[in-house]
Design a protein around this ligand. Sequence first.
Ligand code: SDX
Length: 431
Amino acid sequence: MTKSTKNATLTIDGETYELPMFSPSTGPDVIDIRKLYSQAGVFTYDPGFTSTASCDSTITFIDGGKGELLHRGYPIDQLASKSHYLEVCYLLLYGELPTSADLEDFENTITHHTMIHEQMHNFFRGFRRDAHPMATMVGVVGAMSAFYQDSSDIGDPRQREIASHRMIAKMPTIAAMAYKYSVGQPFVYPRNDLDHASNFLNMCFSVPAEEYVVNPILSRAMDRIFTLHADHEQNASTSTVRLASSSGANPFACIAAGIACLWGPAHGGANQACLEMLKEIGTPDRIPEFIARAKDKDDPFRLMGFGHRVYKNFDPRATVMKQSADEVLDLLGVENNPILQVAKELEAAALADPYFAEKKLFPNVDFYSGIILEAMGFPTSMFTPIFAVSRTVGWISQWKEQFEDPQQKIGRPRQLYLGETERDYVDVENR
Ligand code: SDX
């Protein structure tokens, strides 16, 4: 790390503490408070980590003010238009864009890891048919360490690499199986002659009764959705994976923890919640009612797919997703989709409203993704599982970086204690 030219001095009750500062390759400098408690006997207080860097990383950079997202330095809009998901997976995992030979080798490796252990099929049958697919995925992924012990010794770099490949390769299969189980259709095995996105669509939508031909428009849109959700710095689910990794937990358990965190409507569950909100609005004439509710302090309702902890400008992924929504619906002949109409008019109304402008609330990645996924034939319950399929490469890349960082130690935050101070036990007859 590079020492900053800035200095930080903290004075508490007349005592002055010099705190080291470090500079990033781009973005804000950091104040190193690792020795603050031992030197000054005080904690910092930052419950939502709004001003806290939990680690150093070389994988993804976000500039919330500019609406900029870089993966290993490459802007997301360039990757979305010029690259494809498995190449972005290679970039996130290994740090550089692959040569054509390395890419072919990597894609071949991932393709040949897409099947899951046959005995794992039994796990799905233990769930109710109406279980949310995210519940199934948390359970099945968490159990993977019971089947892949030969890649659970995380001290071995080769086993870490195999576990990473297995996670990227098997998540689409697990998600597709969770979907098939929920609709009472037979599981469809992966096919090695299909690309990653086409294989996922085939596992979700093909049935034994007839031939299924993957629509190239949908496959390209699916791959782009995978690319746009691949990684996003230290978001809630990635931070969950890192915290689990800091205890030395196996990668499958860490990813299961990430899936559980992603499920929440404030995070990855927002794409499902957003489409359900758009359907509840139903027609453009009801938009003012929902805008008013979103602004009402006494109403817990929030505009799903709007706002972001980091982006105080447009989420660059939302911009690409919006273009993709237009293209896909147009090519599918559903450009007059009423939900897309409501989304566009809601976005325009919110962006024109001072409340959203003052609070810098813009559409995020979840605002348009659900519209595309519904047009592709997915039920809303599959939206967050698809987010999880994509984000697996981000989680596993950050897990690997965390494990290989010599500075990292078990994550163990402290607290501002507001409870009772010491008091003596009172026997029940005296209470
Ligand atoms: C993702 O972190 C990541 O990178 C996440 C993600 C990723 O790729 O991993 O980008 C994916 O999770 C995107 C976000 C998806 N979530 C939603 O769309 C749910 C709706 N959005 C909000 O819940 C909210 O905007 C958050 C959770 C996304 C961010 O919340 P913050 O940063 O904690 O901001 P906040 O809740 O403190 O809000 C600031 C103000 C508040 O008003 P005041 O208390 O200051 O008066 O803005 C208001 C909020 O009430 N506000 C909203 C709002 N979001 C924030 N008001 C109405 N509608 C909204 N959507």
